[in-house]
Design a protein around this ligand. Structure first.
Ligand code: PGA
Length: 252
């Protein structure tokens, strides 16, 4: 049975370490007996070390929400992939739509981050997905979505040899329609399934996740019907009961 990957993206939440620890510990307790699902928690940078002191936990694993593309140097405010690796991070989210919306990040920047993350030994989770503007209307048109996803994959993966994807989990892709992120309007299961198959046709051997308004009621559909290899959860990952329920519903 294939392993399902469930990633929690806490974003900029929990203003004290105490709160972050409380949530982390509830999740650790809740997922203990669930089999077949690898859980990755991505807290704000400042909590990475405290939540996962050595020896590093196996489940959940720990990931970062972003990284820079240089290893070190005069880049005020940046965190390098190597620093994250040295803290026990295994995964890093790159290209999230909120990075584009609030910080003007481009596909070119994401491409550099992916390369840097891979060479530091991290597994990048690349987020792709269309905005409502790219759809051109509120109606979901698969043709337009496919064209956009193809372009995003080409830009983000430029210069990365296909042979690299033969190494298991060297890259993870999350299909996150931007209009579904944090809106409570998830993508329909059959539309998501088509997008999933389309991405899988372009990059083989790479786990494809779905993200965007996932909750405990719709989670199983993305795994069991739309055939995704996992989920990227934002809002619902802040509620331990709801998040554990999602993880449970993903296990076969
Ligand atoms: P959401 O966020 O689950 O709150 O829609 C998903 C994400 O931003 O990755």
């Amino acid at each position: 049975m294939k392993k399902i990957l469930v990633i929690a993206n806490w974003k900029c939440n929990h203003v004290t370490l105490k709160e972050a620890k409380k949530l982390f510990n509830s999740i650790v307790r809740g997922i203990k007996k669930i089999k077949g699902v690898e859980v990755v928690i991505c807290p704000p940078f400042v909590y990475l070390q405290s939540l996962n002191p050595k020896p590093y936990t196996l489940n959940p694993k720990i990931g970062a929400q972003n990284c820079f593309w240089e290893e070190k140097g005069p880049f005020t405010g940046e965190i390098s992939p190597k620093m994250l690796k040295n803290l026990g991070c295994e995964y890093v989210i790159v290209g999230h739509s909120e990075r584009e919306r609030y910080f003007g990040e481009t596909d070119e920047m994401t491409n550099k981050k992916i390369k840097a993350a891979i060479s530091a030994g991290l597994k990048p989770i690349l987020c792709i997905g269309e905005t409502e503007k790219e759809l051109g209307s509120k109606k979901y048109e698969l043709g337009k979505v496919k064209k956009y996803l193809k372009k995003q994959l080409e830009n983000n993966l430029k210069g990365i040899p296909n042979s690299l994807f033969q190494i298991p989990d060297s890259l993870i892709v999350a299909y996150e329609p931007v209009w579904a992120v944090g809106t409570g309007k998830p993508c329909g299961i059959s539309e998501a399934r088509e997008a999933n198959l389309f991405i899988k046709g372009i990059i083989k051997n790479v786990p494809i996740l779905y993200g965007g308004s996932v909750n405990s009621e719709n989670a199983a559909g993305y795994i069991k019907e739309a055939k995704f290899d996992g989920l990227l959860i934002g809002g619902a990952s802040l509620n331990p009961k709801e998040f554990v329920e999602i993880v449970k519903n993903c296990s076969y």
